[in-house]
Design a protein around this ligand. Structure first.
Ligand code: SAM
Ligand code: DTB
Ligand code: SF4
Length: 320
C-alpha cells in the first residue's frame, strides 16, 4: 500500500518524467484516445442542510440558486434522451440532500425515477449524499449501477470542508455502496485551500478502500458567490495535471474524470490532463448548478485531439 511519502515522491518528480510515467501506465490499461462522456441532471436542487463550504446548494449559504423539488419522471426521461443524443453513456443524477435512509419516502421516489430511465441504455449513477447498507441495496435493485460520493479532500483537511458530517461518514457511505454491489465513483475538489499533502491523503484513502473506486472525478473548485470559498484563488493547472498523473500511476484501471472547472482550462491544459490519464468528462450545458464547457468548445476539443467516445461499461464492480 502506498504511503504518503511514496505518493509525495511520485508527485514531486520532474513534471515531464511524471507525465511520461503516467502515460505509459495509461496506454497499458486503456485505449489511447477514448474518453467516457457523462452527463449530470440535478434532480433536486438547493436547500441542503449540510454546510459544505464549496457548495451552491447548502441552505446555510446565501447564493443566487433557487431551490427546486424532485424532478418528475417525464422530465427526467426527456433529459436522459437528450443526454444520449449528446453522446453520453452515463447519466449522473444529483440530489442536494444530506443523505437517505431506508424507509425514507424520498428513496422510493428516486427508485421510481431510476426505473423510468433504466431502459434507456445509459449507465445510471446517483449521488444522493450519505447512505446506509439497506438504502444502497434498494438503489441497486432499482437499477442504479454506480454511486457517486466524493471524499473531496483528505481526512486532515475535512473539518475545513464541512462540519455537519465527517470524513468517516463519507467513507462508510462508500463501503455501504460497495457492499450493495454498486460501482464506486469518488474523488475530490482542488482549490479549497488544501495542501498537496491533503490531496494525496485523499488519494491514499481512496486506495485504502480496496478495491478503489472505478471512477475518480477530480473537480476544480467552481467558486460560487455567497459561499465561504467564493474568493479562493484558481488552481495552477500543473498541480491538477500532477495529481491526475499520480492518480493514474497508483490506480491504473480506474477512470479518472476531469470534472468541474473544465471551462477554466485552456484546450492545451485539457490536452495535458488527458495525456496524464484523465479519460472521462462531463458533457452538457450544465453541471449541477453552474455552466459546463459549451458543446462548441467540446466539439473543437474532440476534433483537435482526435478523441473517441467510449462504449457503456459493464455493471460489475471490478477487483484490482
Ligand atoms: N449531496 C450529495 C453529496 O454531497 O455527495 C450529492 C451532491 S454534491 C453537490 C456532489 C459533489 O459535487 C460534491 O461532493 C463535490 O465534489 C462537487 N461539487 C459541488 N459543488 C462544487 C463546486 N462549487 N466546485 C467543484 N465541485 C463541486
Ligand atoms: C463530481 O465529482 N462533480 C459533479 C458530480 N460529481 C456530481 C458535480 C460538480 C458540481 C459543480 C458545481 C455546480 O454545478 O454546482
Ligand atoms: Fe452540497 Fe452535497 Fe454538501 Fe449538500 S451534502 S451542501 S448538496 S455537497
Amino acid at each position: 500500500m502506498e504511503t504518503l511519502e511514496s505518493l509525495r515522491t511520485l508527485y514531486d518528480q520532474p513534471f515531464l518524467s511524471l507525465l511520461t510515467r503516467a502515460r505509459s501506465v495509461h496506454v497499458a490499461h486503456h485505449p489511447e484516445s477514448e474518453i467516457q462522456r457523462c452527463e449530470l441532471v440535478n434532480i433536486k436542487g438547493g436547500g441542503c442542510p449540510e454546510d459544505c463550504r464549496y457548495c451552491a446548494q447548502s441552505a446555510r449559504h446565501t447564493t443566487a440558486l433557487a431551490p427546486h423539488k424532485l424532478l418528475d419522471a417525464p422530465s427526467l426521461l426527456r433529459a436522459a434522451e437528450e443526454a444520449r443524443a449528446h453522446g453520453a453513456t452515463r447519466l449522473c443524477l444529483g440530489a442536494a440532500w444530506r443523505g437517505l435512509k431506508e424507509g425514507d419516502g424520498r428513496l422510493e421516489e428516486v427508485c421510481r425515477l431510476v426505473e423510468a430511465i433504466r431502459g434507456e441504455g445509459l449507465e445510471i449513477c446517483v449521488t444522493l449524499g450519505l447512505l446506509g447498507p439497506a438504502a444502497a441495496r434498494r438503489l441497486r435493485e432499482a437499477g442504479v449501477t454506480i454511486y457517486n460520493h466524493n471524499l473531496n479532500s483528505g481526512p486532515s483537511f475535512y473539518g475545513k470542508v464541512a462540519t455537519t458530517h465527517t470524513f468517516a461518514d463519507r467513507l462508510s457511505t462508500l463501503r455501504a455502496a460497495r457492499e450493495a454491489g454498486l460501482r464506486l465513483c469518488s474523488g475530490g475538489i482542488l482549490g479549497m485551500g488544501e495542501s498537496v499533502d491533503d490531496r494525496l491523503e485523499m488519494l491514499q484513502a481512496l486506495l485504502e478502500l480496496d478495491p478503489a473506486p472505478e471512477s475518480v472525478p477530480l473537480n476544480l473548485l467552481v467558486p460560487i458567490p455567497g459561499t465561504p470559498l467564493a474568493s479562493q484563488p484558481p488552481v495552477n493547472p500543473f498541480d491538477l495535471i500532477r495529481l491526475i498523473s499520480v492518480t493514474r500511476v497508483v490506480l491504473p484501471r480506474s477512470r479518472i474524470r476531469l470534472a468541474a472547472g473544465r471551462r477554466s482550462l485552456s484546450l492545451e491544459a485539457q490536452a495535458l490532463c488527458f495525456l496524464a490519464g484523465a479519460n472521462s468528462l462531463f458533457i452538457g450545458e450544465r453541471l449541477l448548478t453552474t455552466p459546463n464547457a459549451s458543446f462548441d468548445a467540446d466539439r473543437a476539443l474532440f476534433e483537435t485531439l482526435g478523441i473517441e467516445p467510449s462504449a457503456p461499461e459493464s455493471c460489475a464492480p471490478f477487483r484490482r
